[in-house]
Design a protein around this ligand. Structure first.
Ligand SMILES: Nc1nc2c(c(=O)[nH]1)N[C@H]1C(S)=C(S)[C@@H](COP(=O)(O)OP(=O)(O)OC[C@H]3O[C@@H](n4cnc5c(=O)[nH]c(N)nc54)[C@H](O)[C@@H]3O)O[C@H]1N2
Ligand SMILES: Nc1nc2c(c(=O)[nH]1)N[C@H]1C(S)=C(S)[C@@H](COP(=O)(O)OP(=O)(O)OC[C@H]3O[C@@H](n4cnc5c(=O)[nH]c(N)nc54)[C@H](O)[C@@H]3O)O[C@H]1N2
Ligand code: SF4
Ligand SMILES: [Mo]
Length: 701
């Protein structure tokens, strides 16, 4: 017997809180709560295929640990307080700093935030706090692809074409992207390409689920993807396949460099067979619509920008960049990873992907905000540098939508820095590990409790609709930011009566920027989603973003000559890190979810296990220059013998081992993938306390 439907039952169509595919689904609301997620074929991206995380997303919504009251640290403990006391703390903590040293106050944002919150957070930092020091977790994500695209063709829309175009590619190279686990609905486009005879390569040091479905797997050493691209370019030049997409600066230098990368050298440095390289290159040369897609595996290196550049150069010089179904794209990760990198929460950016350094851009936004452009700060610290300065130059930090205690590089050191802050204010809806360190925790809003827009990995803007209201004394994030501005005595510009006023201001603020959304409104998005730029209310959207001429000074692209570090010694073990299908990011939202079971293990090859005396069921201690961590081993032939893989979803694991200081010089991305590591059976390591499950500690040095 089915239960009777309650009289208030209704459906709200909204988007998933997690990844950048941004599946649309229906929430069934009964008695004021969402009870079920139903995928819909109307979803313009996934067409009704929602992944397990999306289906299980409701478990957090009324989780017993859902934050519903501000928490203030008193005598070392976080205790519930009212908003008046919480905001009085903010006033007393921040006002003296803002009066004398505003740059001592930092703001850390997120690619999980809607476009409107992204915009408001940037405005809040520049106008209410007047600090230069705002940046966000997108620096950890696709920032290297973003900087390569920006410096080459003037802007960065992760995919410059509709996702469905993938189905018409005849060769797809997935370079360090495990989409079967991380962006599952995209597999349908991969399969469509395969069904039409297309060849799919997964280029990954692990034989992932994606590699199995793809059919072709090339397994280069960690960090050598750029050299691989140079090797393919070398052969394209040799085989007369150079016919650039458009005239561009820098081509002679890039082509000359390729001469230095003959197949033997490339095969040696990448640790692959020369024959496999030649087969890949031959397929690329013969393909009509080859598509290169990079993920975090290629990008999250101290030379990530140059790695992406090498693939972008290849796509451009062979005439495929920007063409339907072909070229180059990056697979953006977070729910609003695309919009989050456009609207002013980056340290050097103003809304609409404007530059904080450009006098014209500063004047445009200053006029909109009703201030002098001289009042806008200059660019401040980028994400990892901001966290590295905490407890020293940075005395107070406001975090919205990130959990750096788990996700930052060198998390052991970063945690110490956060502890050394005078004030750590975290706005979250669950007690993340970072919230647990805070001096003040403010209960914010979850995805289905707020209105807004997100922009998915193909630049598609969609509405996120409110299905329920925030519980208890929680407040919508945008209102909290306005409350904080009022608390520090600077409410001007933060007095919106309704969310709609904020949203309309946001759309307007993008007008004339590269990421122009000014033709959009909630009503237009109700009729159809739209890929930016959308420059007028009646004008079209832009499915293809990368048609020449480009938004650069002279309309031309510039190709840069990439440079790569010397190859690591052959017997060096390298740690790389990444994701599991059943967990999301720092795990705040998924480790609590019973439907999403997963285990933190260190994946190693059987030969490596044998060399280190490790057997199934053992724990292993991993040691790098930056820290140590101990985990159970997972012995699997599906990984290179010179590689160790750790997921980063748990505290005290992957990021105790990563380097907080070495950053990509262009994108300021830390090297999450690729840290020299040594292994030992855990029982042989003195001084490491072992608990059941996970253990780990920061190295003493
Ligand atoms: N289930 C799940 N899905 C997610 C997320 C999540 O946390 N969980 N997060 C979302 C976000 S924010 C992002 S950014 C995306 C990321 O999506 P992906 O880029 O697919 O994620 P990763 O697992 O970090 O890395 C992908 C692959 O890179 C490989 N790799 C490691 N080092 C190298 C290397 O040097 N070269 C090459 N070629 N490959 C290498 C790893 O073995 C891994 O299989 O996923 C999004 N979707
Ligand atoms: N070793 C290693 N480290 C990595 C990576 C890797 O591959 N390897 N990947 C990096 C990448 S690509 C990324 S994107 C980062 C992600 O890592 P983080 O920046 O830590 O991102 P999340 O885990 O999504 O953290 C989001 C936090 O904000 C909260 N939250 C989410 N949405 C909202 C919201 O709308 N409002 C409020 N108030 N709170 C919200 C969640 O509850 C959670 O506590 O990790 C990076 N770190
Ligand atoms: S996590 Fe990504 S793929 Fe899964 S349902 Fe959500 S948006 Fe879709
Ligand atoms: Mo990401």
């Amino acid at each position: 017997m089915t239960a009777p439907t309650p009289p208030d039952a209704r459906l709200v169509r909204t988007t998933c809180p997690y990844c950048a595919v941004q599946c649309t689904f229906d929430l069934h609301i009964e008695r004021g709560l969402p009870v079920k997620v139903t995928p819909t074929k109307d979803c313009p991206v996934a067409h009704g295929t929602v992944c397990k995380k999306g289906l299980a997303a409701l478990s957090d919504v009324r989780h017993p640990e859902r934050l519903t009251q501000p928490l203030l640290r008193k005598n070392g403990e976080l205790v519930p307080v009212g908003w008046a006391e919480a905001l009085a703390y903010v006033r007393d903590a921040l006002t003296p700093l803002l009066d004398t040293r505003p740059d001592a106050v930092g703001v850390f944002g997120s690619g999980s935030l809607t476009n409107e919150k992204t915009y408001l957070l940037g405005k809040f930092a520049r106008l209410a706090l007047k600090t230069a020091n705002i940046d966000y977790n997108g620096r950890y994500c696709m920032a290297s692809a973003s900087s390569a695209l920006n410096r080459s063709v003037g802007y960065d829309r992760g995919l410059g074409f509709p996702l469905a175009d993938m189905g018409s590619s005849d060769l797809i190279l997935l370079v360090g992207a495990n989409i079967a686990e991380t962006l599952p609905p995209i597999m349908q486009y991969l399969k469509a390409a395969k069904d039409r005879g297309g060849v799919i390569y997964a280029i990954d040091p692990r034989a992932t689920t994606t590699a199995k479905v793809a059919g072709q797997h090339l397994s280069p050493r960690v960090g050598t993807d750029g050299v691989l691209a140079l090797g393919v370019l070398h052969l394209m030049k040799q085989w007369g396949k150079i016919r650039p997409t458009a005239p561009a600066h820098g081509m002679p230098g890039v082509l000359a460099q390729a001469d230095d990368y003959p197949p033997a050298r490339v095969a040696h440095e990448c640790g692959i067979d020369e024959a496999d390289l030649l087969t890949l290159a031959r397929r690329y040369a013969d393909a009509a619509r080859p598509l290169i897609l990079t993920g975090r595996g290629a990008e999250q290196h101290a030379h990530g920008t140059d790695t992406v550049q090498a693939w972008l150069n290849l796509a451009f010089l062979t005439g495929h960049f920007g063409k339907p179904g072909g070229g180059y794209g990056t697979l953006t990760g977070q729910g609003n990873g695309q919009g989050g990198r456009e609207h002013g929460q980056k340290n050097d950016q103003l809304p609409g992907a404007r530059s904080l350094k450009d006098p014209r851009h500063r004047a445009e936004i200053a006029a909109l905000w009703g201030v002098e452009d001289t009042e806008l700060p200059q660019p401040g610290r980028s994400a990892q540098n901001l966290l590295n300065a905490c407890g020293r130059e940075i005395e107070a930090l406001i975090v919205l939508g990130s959990n750096p205690v788990v996700s930052a590089a060198g998390a052991g050191q970063v945690t110490e820095n956060l502890r050394a802050l005078k004030h750590l204010i975290v706005i979250d809806f669950l007690p993340s590990e970072t919230a647990q360190l805070a001096t003040l925790v403010l209960p914010g809003s979850m995805w289905c409790e707020e209105e807004g827009t997100t922009t998915n990995l193909e630049g598609r803007v969609q509405r996120r609709r409110r299905a329920i209201t925030v519980p208890g004394a929680a407040r919508e994030d945008w209102r909290i930011l306005c409350d904080l501005a009022a608390a520090v005595g600077r409410p001007q510009g933060f007095t919106y009566g309704t969310f709609r006023e904020l949203q309309d201001e946001f759309f307007l603020a993008t007008k004339g920027g590269k990421a122009d959304y000014s033709g959009l409104s909630a009503e237009r998005l109700d009729r159809a989603t739209a890929q930016w730029p959308v420059k007028s209310a009646t004008g079209p959207d832009t499915p293809y973003a990368y048609a020449p001429t480009y938004p650069t000074a002279d309309g031309l692209a510039t190709l840069h000559v990439p440079s790569f570090p010397l190859p690591t010694p052959p017997r060096q073990l390298t740690l790389t890190t990444g994701r599991l299908g059943n967990q999301y990011q720092s795990g705040t939202q998924t480790r609590r979810n019973a439907a999403l079971k997963a285990e933190a293990t260190a994946q190693i090859h059987p030969d490596t296990a044998r060399d280190h005396g490790l057997r199934p069921g053992d724990s292993v201690t991993l040691r790098t220059l930056h820290g140590t961590a101990t985990l159970p081993v997972q012995i699997t032939p599906a990984i290179r013998p010179d590689t160790v893989f750790l997921p980063f979803h748990w505290p005290q694991t992957a990021n105790l081992l990563t380097d907080p200081y070495t950053l990509d010089p262009h994108s300021h991305m830390p090297a999450f993938k690729g840290t020299p590591v040594t292994l030992m059976p855990a029982h042989s390591v003195a001084g490491i306390p072992l608990r059941p499950g996970l253990t780990g500690e920061v190295a003493a040095t």
